[in-house]
Design a protein around this ligand. Structure first.
Ligand code: CCH
Length: 287
């Protein structure tokens, strides 16, 4: 069959910019949702659908959109992401030619940029698996917030990332918040959780963090008690190989944006069988 993404003469040409536009319109469509934006939870959906990748077996990753199915949809790590998937369902109905796997990743890339972040190179090419077409990913491939630097490395090295990329990706915690009814943790990392910036690294390095005294899971709080860090966030500051990147990104937002865009794009492409000759760097959408 003709490849719809080639867009030859007279062929159907999918309009991904039109999809981006509809996603952008949805971001602040419900002022009662969290801090007034679905952007952060869409970024988290793109990350969790991609972060199951295992380079040793070439399994997992965004291709397939396997989070539509049990057991992955019900993993503790994915609690709350049903909100993001439901939000995108009408977009899928409006543009039935796009795969869920392309839509979920494109929505994450679009949200980063719409919230003031860098343009994240994105290209289509993912397809959705039918339920009987794949072996379910084992639970435990996504990181736990109460663990240490070794755990973070084990998880991200398995995907094929290095220390610099791990720190850059972690900067996404400048967005959004933890929800007691999802992860058990509570609170945002920054005071501007719907703006993509390097504030997470500034808070991490310049604020004072202490263990929160409560009955919940181990987390850290600042003096105001309003901001939080996970143990895995603190581990970036405590680990002598991670720390130089944390310090660099706290001072240099441009470097963070550039490295984040590259790493997030790579994350969303892990394990995706793009046709040969297809390139990763898509131009910025036409405005
Ligand atoms: Fe994360 N993240 N994340 N995270 N995350 C949570 C929320 C967000 C970890 C744990 C948590 C990345 C890496 C890690 C986002 C993006 C990324 C929460 C709260 C936990 C816990 C969930 C809740 O309660 O709703 C851990 C551990 C790691 C690494 O070790 C990476 C990488 C990314 C993206 C590139 C975003 C965005 C959120 C906010 C979601 C929201 O709903 O506000």
């Amino acid at each position: 069959p003709p490849n719809p993404s080639t867009g030859g003469k007279g062929e159907f040409k999918p309009d991904y910019d039109a999809v981006r536009k509809v996603v952008e319109e949805l971001l602040e469509s419900n002022e009662d949702y969290d801090d007034g934006s679905y952007g952060p939870v869409l970024v988290r959906l793109a990350w969790h659908t991609s972060g199951t990748y295992d380079k040793n077996t070439n399994t997992g990753g965004s291709n397939g959109a396997t989070m539509r199915f049990l057991p992955e949809s019900a993993w503790g790590a994915n609690a709350g992401l049903g909100d993001a998937r439901d939000l995108l369902e009408p977009v899928k109905q409006k543009f039935p030619w796009i795969s869920y796997s392309d839509l979920w990743t494109l929505a994450g890339a679009t949200a980063v940029e719409a919230m003031g972040g860098p343009h994240v190179p994105w290209r289509p090419g993912r397809s959705d698996y039918a339920l009987d077409q794949f072996v379910a990913n084992p639970d435990g491939r996504l990181p736990d917030g109460d663990k240490d630097a070794k755990h973070v490395r084990d998880i991200f090295y398995r995907m094929g990332f290095n220390d610099q990329e791990i720190v850059a990706l972690s900067g996404a915690h400048t967005l959004g918040r933890c929800h007691a009814d999802r992860s058990g943790f509570v609170g945002p990392w920054t005071n501007a959780p719907t703006t993509f910036s390097n504030l997470y690294f500034q808070e991490l390095t310049e604020n004072k963090w202490r263990k929160k005294k409560w009955n919940g899971p181990l987390q850290y709080e600042d003096k105001s008690g309003q901001l939080m860090m996970l143990n895995t966030d603190m581990a970036l500051l405590w680990d002598k190989k991670f720390k130089p990147y944390v310090m660099q990104y706290a001072k240099d937002e441009e470097a963070f944006f550039k490295d984040f865009a590259a790493a997030f794009s790579k994350l969303m492409e892990l394990g995706v069988p793009f046709p040969e000759g297809s390139v990763a760097a898509t131009p910025a959408p036409q405005k």
